[in-house]
Write a protein that binds this ligand. Structure first.
Ligand SMILES: Nc1ncnc2c1ncn2[C@@H]1O[C@H](COP(=O)(O)OP(=O)(O)OP(=O)(O)O)[C@@H](O)[C@H]1O
Ligand SMILES: [Mg+2]
Length: 141
């Protein structure tokens, strides 16, 4: 069911994501989309907090994936903004990560959509900037 939430600060987005994490289960895949600076990484940080990750959560810039440990097991954090094509994702074992039973969070999931389409357990989340500087609309599809 589609849901829309409006947040008014980084803190609010983080807190929403943290509580959203309570509904996640092993093997879930979260695809995050939205413009540069929309808040995908902030959302990921909140999710990871909610999943009990104590590691520092930052966007994987030089690698494609960061691996954390949460209460329920591993959490994989991808940022696929810089991939050339989906072939590259197969090369790094993307599907093995997705199939591992861990929770996977993918920033810029749209660039992996051809692969994600094959998975029934993907939650698609869009974050949109709004008129106000610190306002964001979070759309859960
Ligand atoms: N309501 C809000 N929710 C989330 N972030 C907000 C909000 N208002 C302002 N911000 C700011 O927007 C920025 C979001 O940055 P973040 O790195 O999470 O974006 P991103 O979508 O991951 O960008 P990129 O595509 O570059 O990875 C932060 O600087 C944050 O402080
Ligand atoms: Mg980011």
């Amino acid at each position: 069911m589609k849901r829309e939430i409006v947040t008014h600060s980084e803190r609010e987005t983080y807190a929403f994501a943290k509580s959203f994490a309570e509904g996640l289960k092993a093997g879930d895949i979260i695809s995050l989309d939205g413009d540069l600076g929309a808040g995908k990484t902030i959302f990921t940080k909140g999710l990871c907090d909610g999943l009990g990750v104590k590691d520092v959560v930052n966007s994987p810039t030089y690698t494609l994936v960061n691996e954390y440990t949460g209460r329920g097991g591993k959490v994989f954090h991808f940022d696929v903004y810089r991939i050339g094509d989906e072939e590259e994702l197969y090369d790094i074992g993307f599907t093995e990560y997705l199939d591992s039973g861990a929770i996977s969070i993918i920033e810029w999931g749209t660039y992996a959509r051809g692969i994600l389409e094959e998975y029934p357990n993907v939650l698609y989340i869009q974050i949109k900037k709004a008129e106000e500087d610190e306002e964001r609309k979070i759309i859960i599809l």
